[in-house]
Design a protein around this ligand. Structure first.
Ligand code: THU
Length: 162
């Protein structure tokens, strides 16, 4: 028997102010747009903001539905917006923040859900360039992950079907 291990490293910053200026701006934008989320059912408001290689910034928020599975996460709203508004322009960094209206808490970084990890991975493979993630809440620590696909070890992709 053979054992394998997969690990990855990421940076943990104590506060958003420790990020480079451009990242701070992006993260603040993600915090700001959480208010635009449509989350009447979960009351969990997620905001994402991304910068593209052409310098443009785009945002996305979670959009829920009374038919729960029809709801979509902020990250995938953002990826769809990026691909629609700026096709072929690589996405460099995505900042993701949230606010939990149920308990008012928002100090622990939020990591994207499994479906969003899969979507981020596909986007990276498509643009052949890593996507950097900045994860956090309305206050507290920020996680910096240099390549989104590390969040999905042993991933499934189109090449598995060839
Ligand atoms: N949500 C996101 O938008 N992104 C995530 O990474 C985790 C979950 C949304 C989906 C749903 O509207 C609410 O948060 C609660 O799950």
């Amino acid at each position: 028997m053979k054992k394998e291990q997969i690990s990855f490293s990421y940076e943990v910053l104590n506060a958003v102010e420790l990020l480079p200026e451009a990242d701070q701006e992006l993260f603040k934008k993600a915090r700001e747009v959480t208010q635009l989320a449509y989350a009447p059912y979960s009351r969990f408001f997620v905001g994402a903001a991304a910068v593209l290689q052409n310098g443009k910034t785009i945002t996305g928020t979670n959009q829920e539905n009374a038919s729960f599975p029809a709801g979509i996460c902020a990250e995938r709203v953002l990826l769809s917006a990026a691909a629609s508004l700026y096709p072929g322009i690589p996405l460099l960094t995505i900042a993701i923040s949230y606010f939990n209206k149920n308990n008012g808490k928002s100090e622990r970084p939020l990591a994207p859900c499994g479906i969003c990890r899969q979507s981020l991975l596909e986007y990276e493979l498509r643009q052949q360039q890593p996507i950097r993630l900045l994860l956090g809440g309305m206050e507290g620590e920020i996680f910096v992950i240099d390549d989104a696909k590390v969040l999905l070890p042993l991933y499934f992709s189109g090449s598995d079907m060839t």
